[in-house]
Ligand binder design. Sequence first.
Ligand code: ADP
Length: 465
Amino acid sequence: MRFPNVFVLLLIVFITCALLICINFFTIKILSANRAYVNGESHYSKGQKDAARHLITYLYTKDKKQWKLYLEELSVPQGDGLARKTLLKAGDNQIARQGFLNGRNHRDDLDDLVWLFVHFKEVPFLAKAIHEWEQGDKLIFELFVIGTEIDAKIKHSTLTPGQQRKFLEQISIISDRLTVNERNFSNTLGAGTRKIKDLLIIVNILFILIIVCSICLYYSIMVKRLLVSKKEIEVKNENLILVNHELDCFVYSASHDLRSPITSLKGLIKITQLEDSVVQIKDYLCLMEQSLAKQDQFISDIIDYSKNKRALIIMEPVSLRQLFEEAISQLMHIENASRIKFTKELLVDQIHSDSLRLKIIISNLLSNAIKYADANKQEMLISIKTSVNDGFNKIEVTDNGIGIKEEHKDTIFDMYFGTNKNKGSGLGLYIVKEAVENIKGNISVSSQTEIGSKFVVTIPNYYAT
Ligand code: ADP
């Protein structure tokens, strides 16, 4: 089972968190600067209105104190105007910062004011607000020019009541237009701020969803992995228990089976020592030979078992014909072997497989076919067939021997299952089955008592793939 890499998920969470922090930091900075501008606008507006009020009072009272107050209040919007102009021309600079201070902005807001202006002056809502601000500054300049004219006329005592009315009218027109500009400025900033807030909420929700989903996915993957490794451990434990059990059986039976031929040999030697008849001694010697052959077979089975367990699978070209011929010639010593008629139909000879396992399989199947041949039959037959089918090589060993009883068919591949302890150790088919599984093959048997048995081994054809 393939899992997505959990490190990718952790990376996504990390990047999303970092982005979330950055976006929130800059958004808060923008909102804070917007607030500073709205604050500055209220000083701008109040300064302009107070200046207009003092100018009108000066127009009618000619009180110098009112003129001074007028100039003082007018310097507030003028300071902001100076900041705007120099920021547009030169970016962040000392004159602009001093201008904002003259505009009665708080010293702590200066950085945010300058930063927003310099970096976002092209952003539509801020560009619109700056445009309104520029229009306002033009009107402030007009107010300044009118103030200068009024002051000149008062100084030269040439101010007539008609001119007073005209100036008053001009001042109130400017004030009204400025009020519109100031309102537009605040509204534009307010709308921008609301948009940023909405955007921030959406981005936050989106990013938080990404983080939550990634973390959920991460945990579900980890839980799945834990479950899979738990299952693997359980399977390994079961295998270990099985292997342990097999080992126990093996040690028990091996010690017993290794000793029994020796015990019978010892007994035969003892009675031979007491025997005088040559004929009888020859019989005893025959029995001794059988005991030794049994011992030899058992040891060779154990060697096969161990080789099959330990040796690495080596895929190489193998000749099936050669393996069959070698096996038959090595098995000719078995009783009745020379009476058996072997027929071969080898449609496949050269295959690519593990020669050690194939040797074990072929030799055991043939030795069983010989051992369990039916000596009562007129003709004892063993037929060997090889073929290739659907990417698999097929090996068939058929005999017309004694056959396998129905109740034994399920157990013949078990360790130490044997129906005749004189004929074998009961390890042969168990080793064959393991060897077949080692080369990713399959074995099946069909048999009928007194008719014969057929063993079919299929193994992957690596030449074909
Ligand atoms: P053994 O050493 O007893 O031959 P195997 O594992 O090779 O052990 O075989 C298990 C049992 O299967 C045998 O005891 C025998 O009863 C049965 N058997 C195997 N091959 C044949 C065969 N070709 N014909 C009849 N019986 C067979």
